[in-house]
Design a protein around this ligand. Structure first.
Ligand SMILES: *[C@@H]1O[C@H](CO)[C@@H](O)[C@H](O)[C@H]1NC(C)=O
Length: 260
């Protein structure tokens, strides 16, 4: 009796250790997210021609867009992708989120499109590794974007879009720390090889339940130079279609048919 009552907790502990170590033996296991928020002003200003078109679903928000909510493995610093061999994506599952998706998770690339392909790619690459259902995956990503509210955060620190002003990378990073801690990585692009750094993406580390912003478990350095442009984005001026795609009117059909 005495021996039994002592042995029981030990056995229980052993069982726990065995159970919890079993999944760790699987190859790559997702244990945190990178939420990638993209500034369309920089995206549109890369390459020789403006590469942006007005989505068929209407004018997007003047704000950072969600680009993806990526599943990562902190043990090797690599993304965990493609967890379902036959990936099923349904726009119907996103019905209740559609206005937010059109505003904040839209695809401004050319030719004008309804964003569906981008959502499907993100879902099939990362969403299927998240242990969430499709609705919840997109809902959490949108909620995190709203919670972080990067544009307001930067503005509160005097960092606003401007076609000629150069900001110190350090000032951008410092503006994020009081609210977001050490959870962010700032990424830049350039209009051309010798061009100036342009604030392009801010990636934010998020807990695996997609509820809490966390200090990044892996270190990624910024791809920006020490001086950074934060270019304006004007959703009203996005052209429909593009000079390159006028021959393909099928791509330019209007909003998504929810029953497809
Ligand atoms: C999706 O997951 C959320 C959160 O776990 C849950 O509340 C919701 O009922 C699920 N929806 C479907 C269609 O399974």
């Amino acid at each position: 009796m005495m021996a039994g009552s002592k042995a029981l907790p030990l056995l229980f502990l052993l069982a726990l250790v065995t159970l919890s170590s079993a999944p760790a033996m699987a190859t790559s296991k997702f244990d945190f997210f990178y939420l990638t928020l993209m500034w369309p002003g920089a995206y549109c200003n890369s390459g020789l021609f403006s590469k942006c078109c007005r989505p068929t679903t209407g004018k997007p928000a003047l704000d950072f867009f969600v680009q993806s909510l990526e599943t990562y493995d902190s043990s090797n610093g690599e993304p965990v992708t493609g967890c379902s061999t036959d990936c099923r994506f349904s726009v119907n599952a996103l019905r209740k989120l559609i206005d937010d998706l059109y505003a904040y998770w839209t695809d401004v690339s050319c030719p004008s499109n309804n964003g569906r392909q981008q959502w499907e790619n993100v879902w099939c690459s990362y969403g299927t590794c998240s242990n969430f259902n499709e609705t919840y995956y997109f809902q959490r990503a949108l909620a995190l974007r709203a919670q972080v509210d990067l544009l307001s955060l930067l503005k509160a620190n005097g960092i606003v879009p401007s076609s000629d002003k150069l900001y110190k990378l350090e000032d951008i990073q410092d503006a994020l720390i009081p609210t977001l801690g050490f959870s962010t990585v700032v990424e830049c692009n350039k209009k051309w090889v010798l061009g100036e750094s342009q604030l392009y993406k801010i990636r934010i580390c998020v807990s695996s339940d997609a509820k809490t912003i966390i200090s990044c478990p892996i270190q990624k350095s910024s791809s920006c130079g020490s001086k950074v442009k934060f270019l304006p984005f004007n959703p009203k001026q996005l052209p429909v279609g593009s000079a390159h795609n006028m021959a393909n009117p099928i791509e330019m059909t209007a909003a998504i048919d929810m029953d497809m």
